[in-house]
Design a protein around this ligand. Structure first.
Ligand code: FRU
Length: 505
């Protein structure tokens, strides 16, 4: 980040220039992480959809590679996934030199094998570690009869018990996940549909079926991830999940709320406005599910005033399942161990303070534009307490009120249990009426305390509540000069213990 590009993050993947949305085909090959993503090589708006490519060894620092697959006169390359075909099931590579195989959505234009405007699944493969890609001669390998304009987003994983590949796709406007199987990645047979429960919203996109470890046991359970747009918990784009069972053919959800249930009764991967289309890394170390998402919301993503780039990825997150009091498994997110180790490598500044009905500036050590902040909040008698980041200097005089102070406000109300991000006065917001101001989640205190891990990075914040496994991800566009940090307490006393680290260069 610099004054010239004030909103460019330090520790999150962004393209050097141009538009980016969904992650596609994240794969770990011999210790190198490859991220492919929806990318417009020709401009800073959605269009000419192609697959961009970046690599990393630590999931924090990224190197941009040349565009992997470009839109042609015949098709745009919509979202999909990649596997390393180590056993050469496809015959496209060899066991010694395995192919990377991509399943992607062909969004057809003119002179295509299917009518213009239809979508179907195609294969491409790389024999040089993702640098160059060849399209399979029999594309598309999977289409619907009649051809659908909304059949997309193939995600492929290996189903060990059955020794076959399983693909999830959606018919987006029908709110249906369709499952297929294959032994060679090229021929696909229909397995089953998943639909009829959960939030329906406008479209279902980017589905994924995966196994997630249950905390404190050796058990794993099946989870279905479905991005929905609009109709998410924070307005516009959001991600819901279902837990259940998969027998190799059918995924059956357990305890999912019916479609007409209030939004808060559905299960959400993230409670912020800017986490969408996330997919897990294929072959992450230790087989752990590591989720990589786009920090964006279709409600206003195309109006975000960043330039010459638009679009950033969230920090990779590890997923686990907890069993809450009712016994219903709940998905929990934490920063994945590989990036977490890098993010917490800088020396820490510590502060402990009590605030009684007012605010206290945190000073220089906590005024970084990009930092990892661990907070322990003890709200004691406070009606509301929290922290203001990227604030304007004017508002944070000792003992003063933070009410009306510019800055990103992260607050907690003990009586409602609501953790909230307020970006209403956190910088530029007038580019879209849909850039919603407040997002929150219910998080009960543990022993009268709330722990938060806050990843602040130039124009985004990811607020993790590690004890509850909840995360809220929001973009905001602060003034370059606004770097003040303060804590506040309203209506009583609150205690804070803070550990802050600048993000590594
Ligand atoms: C999700 C999505 C996908 C589609 C891609 C197009 O954000 O709409 O369904 O494949 O973006 O860029």
């Amino acid at each position: 980040p610099s004054a010239a590009e004030p909103w460019r993050p330090a520790a999150h993947l962004t393209p050097s220039k141009n538009w980016m949305n969904d992650p596609n085909g994240l794969v770990n090959e011999n210790g190198t992480y490859h991220a492919f993503y929806q990318y417009n090589p020709k401009g800073n708006d959605w269009g000419n959809m192609s697959w961009g490519h970046s690599t990393s060894t630590d999931l924090v620092h990224w190197t941009e590679e040349s565009v992997a697959m470009e839109a042609t006169d015949t098709e745009e390359i919509f979202s999909g996934s990649i596997v390393v075909d180590a056993d050469n099931t496809s015959g496209l590579g060899s066991k010694d030199e395995p192919a990377m195989v991509a399943l992607y959505t062909s969004a057809y234009k003119d002179n295509a094998p299917l009518p213009k405007g239809s979508q179907a699944q195609s294969v491409a493969y790389s024999l040089d570690h993702g640098r160059t890609w060849k399209k399979h001669r029999d594309n598309p390998v999977l289409n619907l009869e009649p051809a659908s304009p909304n059949f997309r987003d193939p995600k492929v994983t290996w189903y060990e018990p059955g020794q076959y590949w399983v693909m999830t796709t959606v018919v987006a406007d029908d709110h249906v996940v369709k499952l297929y199987k294959s032994t060679d990645l090229l021929h696909w047979d229909f397995l089953s549909d998943f639909s009829g429960v959960g939030a329906q919203g406008g479209l279902w996109e980017m589905p994924e079926l995966l196994e997630v470890p249950v905390e404190g046991s050796t058990e794993r359970r099946w989870v279905m991830l479905v991005s929905i747009n609009p109709g998410g918990i924070a307005g516009g784009s959001g991600m819901q999940y279902f837990t259940g069972d998969f027998d190799g053919v059918t995924f059956r959800s357990e305890g999912a709320a019916p479609p007409d249930a209030p939004l808060q009764d559905h299960q959400w991967v993230d409670y912020g406005a800017d986490f969408y289309a996330a997919t897990t890394i294929s072959a992450a170390p230790g087989g752990k599910p590591v989720l990589f998402g786009w920090m964006g919301n279709w409600d206003y993503a195309q109006k975000m005033p960043t330039t010459p780039w638009r679009g950033a990825m969230a920090i990779p997150r590890e997923l686990t399942l907890s069993t809450d009091d009712g016994g219903k498994p709940a998905l929990r997110s934490s920063i994945a161990s590989v990036p977490a180790a890098v993010l917490s490598s800088e020396p820490a500044s510590e502060r402990r303070l009590e605030v009684d009905d007012g605010s206290q500036p945190l000073g220089e050590a906590f005024s970084s534009r990009s930092q990892l902040l661990d907070v322990e909040l003890k709200p004691d008698g406070a009606a509301e307490a929290g922290i203001v980041l990227r604030g304007s200097a004017a508002g944070s005089a000792p003992g003063g009120s933070t009410e009306g102070q510019d800055g990103l406000r992260i607050s907690y109300q003990p009586h409602s249990g609501n953790l909230r991000i307020d970006r209403s006065a956190a910088g530029t917001a007038n580019f879209s009426a849909k850039f919603s101001p407040y997002h929150g989640a219910k998080v009960p205190l543990v022993d009268g305390k709330l722990k938060l891990r806050i990843l602040l990075d130039s124009s985004s914040v990811e607020v993790f509540a590690p004890d509850q496994g909840v995360v809220i991800t929001d973009l905001f566009l602060p003034k370059w000069a606004d770097t003040d940090a303060s804590v506040f307490s309203d209506g009583g006393n609150a205690g804070f213990t803070l550990t802050g680290r600048n993000l590594p260069a």
